[in-house]
Design a protein around this ligand. Structure first.
Ligand SMILES: Cc1cc2nc3c(=O)[nH]c(=O)nc-3n(C[C@H](O)[C@H](O)[C@H](O)COP(=O)(O)OP(=O)(O)OC[C@H]3O[C@@H](n4cnc5c(N)ncnc54)[C@H](O)[C@@H]3O)c2cc1C
Length: 418
């Protein structure tokens, strides 16, 4: 076992740190977050979005870190998942919210780069747009007002009742109708990766197709959701009324969209490692606080009630980090071997990593609140903001229950296969 990073990874780590130390303007991020929270229209969301930050991230090569070099990206030739997991952790530690605008492109464009049904032409289509325009924003939209879990699980017995947004072919175009919700980045996105039903009756895993939908297409209405806290870019409901997209906007093959979702989630581990970086930083600050703060005539860290809380947090953090990196490494090995075989699922590492992250981060906030006492509620400390962020991540994506259901299925298969 070798836990060291390669020279290339160390350079990327150093670049991420240096960039964040230069560009992390916490006051500005707070203002953007507050204005994003107040924004009621797409125009208002766009007016506060930090496009300049995207351009700077692009200039140093971080924005395009998940895109293979042959398409103009900066991804290393191998070990991309470990590299992104490490880079996200570093950005989360030094740059806090700088990690936000990186995550959707890192996770989802990696899925596009690796999915077996996505053609070279389709990859060129989006990667060239993304590389040529450093201000381009993308989003993904699967969840619907009637429910998101059954689409992702998938609940295949539901047949045509699961996934209600539809797309039908008309000549050389696809026509999209229906409603989606909770689309992160929806307010600022130029293109949304939309999951639509392209077979009226088949179970969702065999009826879904992804399309790139330009957000300025006639027939789209985007309405910002009012959320407790937001990524930069807002979170939107989207209504599609006979929205037409050309055949070239297809992602992968018709009715093979579930495989695209699987590729998206396989690439998802960096999505929480940014928060591991933030937790590490909070932990370090809190430990210092516990050394300074006096209670019962001595630094509170000398009370076993405080020391054992810090110990529990440290153990959980390391266990979480180990699981995330192990998962990223496993996925890298599959990619090295030429990719996932047809019909094979590689979800265990994603579901296990996310479920464990959500449990550990929730407990982390609970313990940190008790250690800081009244100070935990102060806006001068990062804990309150982080707590909202953890609540947000826990609510986004699959629930812990569903992640664990999927983890148990996939782990069982792995165990039987030896
Ligand atoms: C902050 C945030 C950001 C988001 N960003 C995006 C995004 O960018 N793109 C996107 O597509 N979606 C996004 N979502 C939507 C998210 O993916 C869904 O909220 C999620 O899939 C759960 O769906 P739901 O909210 O409809 O809950 P439901 O599906 O209604 O589930 C409710 C409860 O029932 C349980 N449940 C439901 N069905 C089953 C089942 N078959 N078996 C066992 N338990 C079940 C669930 O575990 C949960 O506990 C976001 C959500 C949030 C909150």
């Amino acid at each position: 076992m070798d836990f060291s990073f390669t020279e290339e990874q160390k350079q990327i780590k150093a670049l991420a740190k240096e960039f964040c130390q230069r560009e992390a303007d916490l006051k500005r991020f707070e203002e953007i977050a507050a204005k994003t929270f107040e924004a009621r229209t797409v125009e208002a969301l766009r007016a506060v979005f930090p496009y300049d930050l995207l351009e700077k991230l692009h200039q140093v090569g971080l924005r395009q870190l998940s895109i293979p070099q042959k398409y103009g990206g900066t991804a290393p030739e191998t070990d991309v998942n470990v590299t992104l997991t490490m880079a996200a952790e570093e950005v989360g530690y030094w740059g806090g919210r700088i990690v936000d605008p990186l995550m959707i492109p890192w996770l989802f464009l990696r899925g596009i780069a690796t999915n077996m049904y996505v053609t070279e032409e389709q990859r060129q289509w989006i990667f060239s747009k993304f590389i040529e325009n450093p201000r381009l924003v993308i989003a993904t939209s699967v969840g619907e007002p009637a429910g998101g879990t059954d689409i992702h699980l998938p609940y295949d017995e539901g047949g045509g009742s699961i996934l209600k947004v539809t797309a039908y072919k008309d000549g050389n175009e696809w026509v999209i109708n229906g409603d989606k919700t909770f689309c992160s980045n929806g307010g600022t996105a130029d293109f949304i990766m939309l999951a639509a039903r392209t077979d009226k009756k088949a179970p969702v895993s065999r009826a879904m197709t992804f399309f790139w939908v330009p957000t300025d297409a006639p027939g789209i209405t985007l309405t910002p959701n009012r959320m407790l806290t937001l990524e930069f870019g807002g979170n939107c409901q989207t209504h599609y009324d006979n929205v037409r997209v050309p055949e070239s906007n297809l992602i992968g093959e018709v009715n093979k969209g579930f495989s695209v979702i699987e590729s998206f989630f396989e690439a998802h581990l960096p999505g929480v490692s940014g928060s591991v970086g933030s937790m590490q930083r909070i932990y370090e600050q809190m430990r210092e606080y516990a050394k300074q703060r006096i209670g019962g005539g001595k630094p509170i860290i000398e009370h076993t009630s405080i020391a054992s809380k810090l110990g529990e947090m440290a153990v959980n953090l390391e266990a979480l980090r180990s699981l995330l990196y192990r998962g990223a490494w496993e996925i890298d090995q599959v990619e090295r071997a030429g990719g996932r075989a047809l019909g094979e699922s590689n979800w265990f590492w994603f579901t296990a990593g996310y479920a464990f992250f959500k449990q550990v981060s929730w407990r982390f906030c609970e313990l940190a609140t008790d250690i800081y006492g009244g100070m935990s509620a102060s806006v001068d400390l990062p804990l309150g903001d982080f707590l909202k962020h953890i609540f947000y991540i826990r609510a986004a994506g699959l629930t812990v229950d569903v992640e664990l259901i999927r983890a148990s299925r996939d782990y069982d298969t792995r165990y039987r296969e030896g």
